[in-house]
Design a protein around this ligand. Structure first.
Ligand code: NAP
Length: 272
């Protein structure tokens, strides 16, 4: 069986797919991959802006939602309950998120708290509010964490900690929920060329290179189809993840600080 066929069949095995943050970057590339599978599932996107260029052949609905706002999440869950097909397996992809660079609490305490809301509170709340439905129908919760979740990361302290939370949460939930027919997959990309650096406060690309959204999404969906609890995308990132997870945390933080300082990312930060 070809790799694409496996992924196509995987997407066709769901009657409902809910993804957050498919308006841009990795989420948009995953949405294209879902569309290419010719799934008949009802596909819902949750983000503040509408994804562009979605194929007419996809049974697609965009639900405008600011995931930093608990009221928006409650409202969107009600809307989903009304709109989604009543039977069949469910796939929830928690992808929305953003980062920030600089000495804590840069760029500000409010921004930092909003990042915790979008990166942690929202996926936990969405999953929690859909949990009974997931248990009744069976399915998968895929969560986009990060390579940054494998070690404490100075100068991106809160962002890395949100991703560390999501990585551990997803892996633990997978062990707990298997018996209910729910699998959980934590996707951990390294640097990917998206709007992420702009949202993290950089004026231009940081030149860290890495993967394209399509390369990252392709590995992510193959990992989801294979039901791997942790999917690190990119072979260099896989090696880095193995090393950083084995280092004592204070060493990893000290080495991380030196490495980030050597990259001189300050050069790319947007001036106020
Ligand atoms: N790019 C990287 O290097 C990298 C590496 C590791 C992990 N990741 C993770 O990958 C995920 C996707 O990021 P990306 O790289 O694709 O960045 P991106 O191009 O900036 O996309 C981020 C997505 O998140 C959504 N989002 C942000 N704030 C939101 C809010 N308040 N409410 C609802 N949706 C919101 C955005 O939608 P709207 O703006 O339309 O709301 C957008 O669709 C994130 O969780 C990120 O942490 C990225």
């Amino acid at each position: 069986m070809s790799k694409n066929k496996t992924v196509d069949e995987f997407f066709r095995s769901f009657s409902v797919v809910i993804i957050s943050g498919a308006s841009s970057g990795i989420g948009r590339a995953i949405l294209s991959r879902i569309s290419n599978s010719e799934t008949k599932a009802a596909v819902f996107n949750l983000s503040r802006t509408i994804p562009e260029g979605v194929s007419n052949s996809l049974n697609f609905t965009h639900l405008t939602c600011d995931l930093s706002q608990p009221a928006d999440i409650a409202a969107v869950v009600c809307e989903l309950q009304k709109l989604m097909p009543r039977e069949g397996r469910m796939l929830l992809i928690n992808n929305s998120g953003f980062g920030a660079y600089g000495e804590f609490p840069a760029p500000g305490v409010d921004h930092t708290l909003k990042m915790i809301d979008v990166n942690v509170r929202a996926p936990v709340e969405l999953t929690g509010r859909l949990w009974e439905e997931l248990k009744a129908r069976g399915g998968m919760v895929a969560t986009v964490a990060s390579l940054a979740g494998f070690q404490p990361t100075p100068l991106m302290t809160t962002y890395a900690a949100t991703k560390s939370f999501m990585l551990d949460w997803s892996v633990a939930l997978d062990a707990e929920a298997k018996c209910h027919g729910i699998r959980c997959v934590a996707i951990c990309p390294g640097p990917v060329s998206t709007n992420f650096s702009k949202a993290a406060g950089f004026a231009s690309s940081t030149g860290l290179g890495g993967q394209t959204s399509e390369e990252c999404a392709d590995e992510a969906v193959r990992g989801m189809a294979a039901q791997r609890p942790v999917v690190v995308t990119g072979w260099k990132h896989k090696i880095l993840a193995v090393f950083s997870a084995r280092l004592p945390k204070p060493w990893a933080a000290a080495i991380g600080l030196r490495m980030i300082q050597r990259l001189r990312l300050d050069r790319f930060v947007k001036k106020a």
